[in-house]
Design a protein around this ligand. Sequence first.
Ligand SMILES: Cc1cc2nc3c(=O)[nH]c(=O)nc-3n(C[C@H](O)[C@H](O)[C@H](O)COP(=O)(O)O)c2cc1C
Length: 333
Amino acid sequence: MKIGKYEIEKPLFLAPMDDITDYPFRNICKEWGADVVVTEFVSAEAVIRNVDRSLKKMSFNEQERPIGIQLYGSSELSMANAAKTAESYAPDFIDINAGCWVKKIANRGDGAGLLKDLKKLERVLSEVKSNTKLPVTLKTRLGWDDSNITIFDVLEIAYKVGIDFITVHLRTRQQGLKGNADWSWIPKIKEKSKIPFVANGDIKTPQDVEKCFELGADGVMIGRAVIGNPFLFKRCKLYLEKKGEYLSDPDIKERIKWCLIHFRKHIEYYGEQRGVPIFRKFYNGYLHGYPYIGKIRTEIMNLKCAQKIEEILISVMENPEKVNDIVHSDANE
Ligand SMILES: Cc1cc2nc3c(=O)[nH]c(=O)nc-3n(C[C@H](O)[C@H](O)[C@H](O)COP(=O)(O)O)c2cc1C
């Protein structure tokens, strides 16, 4: 599959996730085998107002390539101007979000809100296309709800406008993240789509990835299953290649080692005050399978001091069984 100037067979994408797929985590995922990464979504309105935090979200390093900057918004003018700014960061593609289900975004017409007005979606895509030389891609859903499945119309629009590839989260907007992603759409979308198609939704194991490719996806995008679990990318890649041994999940020591590597990059990037609370989303993933996860998590979640958190993680890594010497909370498992 062609991604900008890269040609990657059966690419694995890291899904854009707000407050998750930031600069430190994208770098960790690349080290563990993610082929393509996308930034968190960035508001076009904030970009044109030069809001520091939004501009910072568009920064990346060379190791992350190929990388897309994802923009959201529904004003043609703002999206076009934001695309010009995004282009100045020199990503490999600009991804347009037409899938965000969060009420305050979708109800004002942004994200999945664009699926309620396909003419507007087309205008937004066209304006972005004509204001950047970069490839433009689209991330969307099956439709607004079960009675308004728009994916086939959106495929037509994407092709007409010259979108380079399309990612489909195989749920409707109404589902949010509930229910199951419906993979039975993969062959139907593949059949109709004249551009490459990346499948997304509930892909959690190497077998899931293989299945989605078998069903016809050109690329596969993984979100929640890699939060605190970047190891999954490598496991999927090895499984697909069928070379070497099937890679089992890293043990708790290895997981904590990577949690620490990530934590340090994260605190360096955000600073302690902002970074410590944001990182809380990752502990569950990294500590997955550890029998004393509840105790450690309760202890760490209450801490504001990065150094203290590091000390606890290092102690667990060095001596995972001696949990009672490390923490003193009464939390039950
Ligand atoms: C915490 C969180 C934040 C998300 N933020 C974004 C975002 O910024 N842009 C986007 O296109 N999708 C976003 N999504 C949706 C994911 O990219 C993905 O489509 C969804 O989680 C389904 O894939 P999964 O089942 O592999 O997690 C977000 C999802 C989660 C859980």
